[in-house]
Ligand binder design. Structure first.
Ligand SMILES: [Zn+2]
Length: 286
């Protein structure tokens, strides 16, 4: 049985350090009131937990409990082109991700959920491979792009919504979280919620930047050696803008978390020296 993750305070309607009501001294990973400001960046502050060394910024996104119906307006050509132009960069990676998924599960007829589907490309690739796909994307502009470009109906409700937690308990053969984990308000809760909608034997695939990698170390050294004056490198890793990077895990922290939730780890792909500091986990729900 999965263990309960200490319930993080969820946010429904408000945002930001002032408005959120979230006490950032409470670690978003271990729930201890042991987090303190560690790096003061130009736009945000990185907190570090004295109990578990988790690093996260003092910002949370505003997520309406009911997503606004902003996907109804068709996108103009300029917006479509803008999104389209930015797709090829991720397409290569997402095609690699698809190969990884296919190594573990036969996609024909498999029920798959892509959380943080963005413009819908990965959901589209899954569907092309024969999967029955659903996708979650909180940003209406991307949902509309996916509708117009791929004919996909992405859902704006996040994975903690009743729609998923009550309507799809134990349902999915595979859940994917590509480049999402560092963006969500409460990653431990997101993972717990993903666990709930997966079938026993189901597969979870995720990638996220790795904090205990070379680039982050260099960024920390640069900050410390300059007495905090040079926060540019660290500042490139975090952002208080909506849906940007709020936290970074070490490989050990991520492995501990997935196992605490109840997953077994089937594969880890990462390297300290990887240029993009990316780590990929393949997990299974027993
Ligand atoms: Zn902690």
């Amino acid at each position: 049985m999965p263990q309960e993750i200490p319930a993080g305070q969820r946010l429904d309607e408000t945002s930001g350090e002032q408005g959120s009501g979230y006490d950032f001294s409470r670690c978003k990973l271990c729930a201890a009131y042991a987090a303190r400001p560690k790096y003061r960046l130009e736009n945000t502050t990185v907190y570090a937990c004295a109990a578990c060394d988790f690093h996260f910024i003092n910002h949370l996104d505003s997520l309406p409990s009911e997503p606004p119906d902003d996907a109804a307006k068709p996108l103009d050509r300029k917006t479509l082109d803008y999104i389209e132009e930015r797709l090829p960069g991720s397409e290569k990676q997402l095609r690699k991700n698809l190969l990884l998924v296919k190594r573990h599960i036969s996609l024909s007829g498999a029920h798959c959920l892509d959380i943080g589907a963005g413009a819908g490309l990965f959901a589209h690739l899954l569907a092309e491979a024969g999967a029955v796909v659903q996708g979650i994307e909180p940003q209406g502009v991307f949902r509309e792009f996916a509708r117009q470009k791929y004919g996909l109906a992405l859902n704006g409700e996040t994975i903690d919504a009743r729609h998923w937690q009550q309507g799809f308990t134990g349902f999915f053969d595979a859940v994917t979280l590509w480049d999402v984990f560092e963006h969500v308000n409460f990653p431990a809760e997101t993972l717990q919620d993903a666990y709930q909608v997966m079938k026993p034997g189901g597969w979870l695939f995720l990638d996220t930047p790795r904090r205990d990698a070379l680039f982050y170390r260099i960024s920390e050294w640069s900050y410390r050696l300059s007495g905090g004056a040079n926060s540019r490198l660290l500042g490139s890793l975090y952002s208080p803008l909506p849906f940007r990077h709020k936290q970074m895990f070490t490989l050990r922290q991520l492995l501990t978390l997935v196992e605490k939730i109840g997953f077994s780890v089937a594969g880890v792909h990462s390297s300290f020296f990887q240029p993009h500091n990316r780590m990929v986990l393949v997990c299974r729900k027993p």
